[in-house]
Design a protein around this ligand. Sequence first.
Ligand code: G
Ligand code: G
Ligand code: MN
Ligand code: NA
Length: 251
Amino acid sequence: LTMESELRKALAHEQFELHYQPQKDLGSGKIVGIEALLRWNHPVNGYIPPDEFISLAEKTGLIIDIGEWVLKEACKQNKAWQDKGYEPVIVGVNLSAKQFNQKGLVENIESILEQTGLDARYLELEITESMAMSNEDYIIHTMKRLRKLGVLVSIDDFGTGYSSLRYLSIFPVTKLKIDKMFMDDNQKQNQAIVKSIIHMSHSLNMKVIAEGVETIEQLSFLESEKCDEVQGFYFSKPLPPAQLTKFFQVQ
Ligand code: G
Ligand code: G
Ligand code: MN
Ligand code: NA
């Protein structure tokens, strides 16, 4: 079988899973968000990480169907946690450029929220800076419609793409996700950059989260700089739903 037909089969045979990585609010110490990360549980090869199949899914257009499955599954799971009585959290879903530019995305999301019963304010769409390069007017228009629905929009891997700071003033973005490369302590400039991004986010009335937090030193620095939220292996790697539930139970 070619990888493409394997991917089609994966969707039809329910071989995809979502794992979730907790996001901690530094003010309250509580988990306020989770990022949904796609995993392909292959019957022979075991877990295949998204880096190994997302780009093929994008090339073949399969990302549209896979992405729709991801959105549905993430909303359904988040609602299920709420129905169990856990404190509501925001679920972040990664969108690929193709998905974002697909006609009917907003209607699709609206219908998924309706079907699953998840309130729009508990869904956050993560887009990357590179996506923002093309078709600017369409992106602004789509983002505005999503915000009108109540859905949150974040910029993922912030600082690594072909970013223009101008985007931050014209896109109705609610949160910046500082890329994990800026957590590298060996790069002397990184702390200054992180400080500036936190400062800028707050000045622009956006929330800011640091990704890739692995050590207590990184955490302390982010706390002292008043970063809103943190995500990373220091707290937890992405986990299957049953394991993440334990985090909700202790808080
Ligand atoms: O978990 P990690 O190896 O988990 O993810 C690797 C990359 O794959 C990340 O850049 C992430 O944004 C991307 N990714 C993970 N899940 C999805 C998804 O559901 N859709 C898209 N488009 N990308 C995803
Ligand atoms: O969508 P995005 O590119 O932000 O995907 C997050 C990626 O970062 C996933 O592959 C996830 O598994 C990974 N990740 C999450 N926390 C950490 C961390 O603390 N350190 C490292 N190296 N990677 C992480
Ligand atoms: Mn992401
Ligand atoms: Na990222």
